[in-house]
Design a protein around this ligand. Structure first.
Ligand code: 5AD
Ligand code: SF4
Length: 466
């Protein structure tokens, strides 16, 4: 009987992509997807370490599995990804019923490791070297590259896919665990990315999102010369069948004019830039070791507006970082007002063991202050998002139809007209009623109303009708 697996994912898009690749490798090894944890022979958690909350979620899910494991001792429980790399054998201590711990740099060997665990019937751990445990080359090698052949069955959508262009991060912002758990910055070869995107387009994929922790630091050689993200965008723009290219996440200092010009000039590249600022206060930016002053970030915003008019810019902010005063916070509010971001992701600072901030600074902002600042900043951002969405009302926009909204998935299977979602080139969510078979098409729709998160469009005609 084939073995059945169930994978649950927390965290960023890189994790969603890793889970897709793991799913593909397990299907190729003869496993079948189970509907839930109970029915699965192998339960996998692909984990995140960026904030405490993401870890708590996984540990409590693991706790709830103890009973099931007692009843079914042959069930294999595996913890993958960033938390596996961060906590390592500590996971077995907190959850002794876990069988397998696999870092993000070893997930390519998962089918093999599962077979080993099943045969030996004892716990197994495979993780990468720590950043200072060996030479850079050795540490790099211990984060094994993993980007296999893509298969449609493993993806959420036939029409959209993520493509890794880089592994790891070398920026070492003081609050951030990512450089430790995802390893040194390494770019994938230019031609390999291109052939993966061509393959995806051949499979019917119309939109790719290029992924890297600092995607605009991409560096490789092609045709004997150094190439960067802008060159990659030029190359991918000519892939037949592909309609839209996005890339996340950008590091502010790497936002060169060549990249902005590529976004302006290339028809398939979405005018959408996610460039996290993290704070509007120079004292805080310095303590975060972000490598820029707020004035430079403001100049970057002006450069974006001048070069790519109408581009949507989005940002991340951390509130309540070590030593953040009310004045520091007000400067962040000012930056949000100035930036007029399409939206911002706002996080309360979460101390991470193993980071410089945790070692050097006192996490002195109380939880209730963090919460208030979070809510205040969110309210300012939401008002701006609403104002930025309103001009779309009455306008026709081109969207890529993604498919039925979450609420309408069941009806969609019955073939009726349902609520669909799509996105504009500038990454705005559009909701409208239409035929589910429109999924994957580019469509002109007219916007009728807007709130701060969503544009609402007029119902679309059935495909094929004049
Ligand atoms: N606490 C809170 N937020 C964090 N981020 C990264 N590390 C932390 C932390 N320790 C946020 C940053 C980053 C986003 C992915 O997560 O804003 O851009
Ligand atoms: Fe973390 Fe900074 Fe690297 Fe982003 S750039 S992953 S915030 S260390």
């Amino acid at each position: 009987m084939p073995r059945r697996f169930h994978i649950e994912t927390v965290g960023c898009q890189m994790n969603v992509l890793d889970s897709e690749l793991v799913t593909a490798s397990l299907l190729a090894a003869g496993y079948e997807a189970a509907r839930n944890r109970r029915e699965a022979d192998v339960v996998l958690f692909n984990t995140c370490s960026v904030r405490q909350h993401a870890e708590d979620k996984v540990y409590s899910a693991l706790g709830r599995l103890k009973h099931l494991k007692d009843q079914h001792p042959h069930k294999i429980i595996a913890v993958l990804g960033c938390m596996a790399q961060k906590d390592q054998a500590g996971i077995f201590k907190r959850a002794p019923h876990v069988d397998l711990v696999v870092g993000p740099g070893q997930i390519g060997r998962l089918p093999l490791l599962l077979a080993q665990v099943a045969a030996a019937r004892q716990p197994l751990m495979e993780v990468s070297l720590g950043r200072r445990a060996a030479s850079r080359a050795e540490v790099e090698q211990s984060f094994e590259a993993y980007d296999p052949i893509r298969i449609v069955q493993a993806r959420q959508s036939v029409h959209q896919a993520m493509v890794r262009v880089m592994f790891g991060c070398d920026k070492f912002c003081t609050y951030c665990i990512v450089p430790s758990v995802r390893g040194p910055e390494q770019s994938r070869p230019f031609d390999e990315i291109e052939s993966e995107v061509r393959q995806l387009a051949d499979q019917g994929c119309v939109e790719v999102t290029l992924l890297g922790q600092t995607v605009n630091s991409y560096q490789a050689t092609a045709g004997g010369r150094r190439v960067g993200l802008a060159d990659l965008l030029y190359r991918l723009n000519s892939v037949e069948g592909l309609r839209r290219i996005k890339f996340v996440t950008n590091y502010p200092r790497g936002m060169g004019d060549d990249l902005l010009q590529a976004v302006r000039d290339l028809q398939k590249v979405a005018p959408y830039l996610h460039v996290p600022a993290q704070s509007g206060s120079n004292a805080i930016l310095k303590r975060m070791k972000r490598g820029y002053a707020v004035e430079e970030y403001r100049q970057l915003l002006e450069r974006i507006r001048a070069t790519v008019p109408g581009a949507a810019v989005t940002s991340d902010f951390i509130v309540g970082f070590c030593g953040e005063t009310e004045q520091d916070f007000e400067q962040t509010v000012d930056l949000v007002r100035f930036g007029r971001f399409k939206n911002s992701f706002i996080f309360k600072y979460s101390p991470r063991a193993g980071t410089k901030a945790d070692e050097l600074f006192d996490a002195d902002v109380p939880e209730d202050v963090k919460r208030r600042r979070n809510n205040e900043l969110l309210a300012v951002q939401n008002a701006i998002s609403q104002e930025e969405n309103e001009p779309f009302v009455g306008r026709a926009v081109e969207i890529l139809v993604e498919g039925p909204s979450k609420a309408a998935e069941k009806q969609a299977r019955q073939g009726s007209i349902v609520q669909l979602t799509g996105r504009t080139a500038c990454d705005r969510i559009v909701v409208f009623d239409g035929d589910p078979s429109l999924a994957g098409r580019m469509l002109q729709v007219e916007i009728e109303s807007a709130n701060s998160f969503t544009l609402f469009a007029r119902p679309a005609r059935r495909p094929g009708t004049a």
